[in-house]
Design a protein around this ligand. Structure first.
Ligand code: S3P
Length: 425
């Protein structure tokens, strides 16, 4: 696919597609409560299709699936049934990891698998803590999917997480919902708390204190939720607005959850104009983010910030390549275990565009310059790398040939129609 530099600034109001993390949770958690869960402004993408398929396979009925309103009917967790076949989670790490905890209390055998990329991603991080709770869960050698879960009774306990991962934290908390005793998770670095907020809104006894979250097993109520816009999807347009002189972008009804806005705070520190307006604090903060272009300067990002902008780090590479001075990202080894090795795929693609960027074991260093070149770049099957490269094309001086852009449908199927629409506003 050939992509061309944009010739005009980005001046627009824009509502991003529904948040991926929250839509996954809305779909998966519908299993926990008897009755109808209503999901407004859901993300409709390939990743979410994997979660929808999973819940249907164990007994949830899709009552309504209009563009902007879904209704899922669950018979209640204890009426769900063993799946009659292997469940394919495709490319979705959130589906397979959250489902590992969710299905821990479901009597019977569940086998969870995925595509080539998912079957290479680390699952020991969920197998180990769940095993400590007495869950019978196994993977292939090296802790890889397929995962086999023999669900049933398991105990509570205190689990200290060895990786900063909201997916792992969520898997443990979900197992806690069907354990015999409360489960406490201890995090070293805070990660996004959508699971905690969601379970609380469904009536769970869940409390957080000093880096620990405890959940008590119990009955939940279905809820109606409006999914905020995805700040990680909006970050592509925010990057464009920050880089194209004269731009101003109002991102409407977007998640402003403190665990998700690290990227926008960094953008502000780099010199872009950024304003946050919280409009609805509960159950998960939603509001407006305004981004205006500005001359950007390099920045240093360390491990304490990484979880709050983990999915946006490829964009920091792009921003750093057009900012003044050096930009450095460290403590981000987790990026190597995403849909692609995002340290490597960011570095090689930006090098193709003539950027001086160096790969480090846990991040990268990039030196700013005044323009990007063109060339043939590759998404490497990774939606976020594909979108970062499309934004690079828009701010480059030369056209760019993008290979593998179809991966973008994983999280943002309408990305290219928005690209055209926003490009001609
Ligand atoms: C997610 C958590 C993050 C993120 C992923 C979605 C979630 O993964 O990269 O896109 O919904 O909990 P990790 O928990 O593996 O860091």
């Amino acid at each position: 696919m050939k992509l061309f530099p944009w010739t005009r600034p980005l001046v627009a109001r824009f509502r991003p597609p529904g948040d991926k993390s929250i839509t996954h949770r809305a779909v998966l958690f519908s299993t926990l409560a008897e009755g109808d869960s209503e999901i407004y402004h859901p993300l409709d993408s390939l990743d979410i299709a994997a979660s929808l398929r999973l819940v249907q396979t164990i007994g949830v009925e899709i009552i309504q699936q209009h563009t902007d309103a879904w209704v899922l009917r669950s018979p209640g967790y204890h009426q769900l049934h063993e799946p009659d076949d292997v469940i394919n989670c495709d490319n979705s790490g959130t589906t397979i990891r959250l489902a590992s905890g969710l299905l821990a209390g479901l009597p019977g055998l569940t086998v969870l698998t995925g595509d080539n990329s998912l079957r290479r991603r680390p699952m020991a991080r969920v197998i180990e803590p769940l095993t400590r709770l007495g869950v019978d869960i196994r993977g292939r050698t090296g802790g890889l999917a397929p995962l086999v879960i023999k669900g049933g009774a398991h105990r509570g306990g205190v689990i200290a997480l060895s990786v900063a991962s909201a997916q792992v934290k969520s898997a443990v908390l979900l197992a806690g919902m069907t354990a015999s005793q409360p489960v406490t998770v201890q995090e070293k670095t805070p990660t996004r708390d959508h699971t905690e907020r969601f379970l609380h809104a469904m009536g769970a006894k869940i409390y957080a204190d000093a880096g620990k979250v405890t959940v008590e097993p119990g009955r939940l109520q279905p809820i109606a939720v409006t999914v905020p816009g995805d700040p990680s999807s909006a970050a592509f347009w925010a990057t464009l607005a920050a880089l194209l002189p004269g731009s101003s972008l109002v991102i409407e009804k977007v998640s402003v959850n403190p665990g998700r806005v690290g990227f926008y705070q960094v953008l502000q520190k780099m010199g872009a104009g950024v304003e946050f307006r919280v409009q609805q604090p509960d159950p998960d903060p939603m509001g407006e983010i305004v981004v205006a272009s500005g001359p950007l300067r390099g920045i240093s990002i360390g491990p304490e910030l990484v979880p709050s902008l983990i999915d946006e780090l490829p964009l920091i590479g792009l921003l750093g390549s057009l900012a003044q001075g050096k930009t450095e990202v460290r403590g981000a080894e987790e990026l190597r275990f995403k849909e692609s090795d995002r340290i490597h795929t960011t570095v090689v693609n930006l090098q193709t565009l003539g950027v001086e960027i160096k790969e480090l074991p846990d991040g990268f260093e990039v030196w700013g310059q005044d323009h990007l070149g063109g060339g043939v770049v590759d998404a490497f099957g990774d939606h976020r790398i594909g979108m970062m490269l499309a934004i690079a094309a828009a701010v480059s001086r030369e056209p760019l040939e993008l290979l593998g852009g179809d991966a973008i449908a994983i999280s943002y199927p309408k990305f290219f129609s928005d690209y055209q629409r926003l490009g001609s506003v």
